[in-house]
Design a protein around this ligand. Structure first.
Ligand code: SF4
Length: 148
């Protein structure tokens, strides 16, 4: 597909015309050295939909290292000596601390990431409790003022 066609597709998207499956597959399969051909169209859509606004987010490394998996790219894997700090799931107050420190910041979202394929049920409950301001409030409703 000629590069200008990607720009045409972006203009069509802004006119509420979705790309067909063939075009989507072509874009998804673009070789790395041609991916930059998508940027002009992507920027056209971004500018039209979002302008120059950005949203900030931050993550807390809630549980680090000693993962049972062997993902080659990941410093959390227990198979590699990366020097990355390893520790169990952080306590509730430590998990909350990062969110509460953002109250007067322009950061909109706070997430907790953990090493491993998944958390055991007990640790999921611990994380859920960390996102409650008190016992009566359901999990995941810890909201920062002005942040949604
Ligand atoms: S933390 Fe996730 S990405 Fe990293 S080694 Fe474990 S499973 Fe793989």
């Amino acid at each position: 597909m000629p590069p200008e066609m990607y720009l045409s597709l972006a203009r069509a998207v802004l006119d509420q015309k979705e790309p067909d499956l063939v075009d989507l597959q072509r874009m998804a399969r673009l070789p790395d050295e041609q991916v930059f051909q998508l940027l002009a169209g992507a920027d056209l859509i971004r500018t039209a939909k979002f302008g120059n606004q950005i949203h900030l987010c931050t993550i807390c490394n809630g549980k680090s290292g000693k993962c049972s998996e062997d993902c080659k790219f990941c410093a959390q894997s227990g198979f590699h000596d990366t020097g990355a700090e390893a520790y169990p799931l952080l306590a509730k107050d430590r998990l909350q601390q990062g969110a509460l420190e953002l109250e007067d910041s322009p950061v909109h979202r706070y997430s907790i990431v953990t090493s491993g394929k998944g958390l055991p049920k007990k640790e999921i409950e611990s994380v859920a409790q960390a996102f409650c301001r008190d016992e009566k409030q359901p999990a995941f409703l810890l909201r920062l003022p002005g942040h949604y």
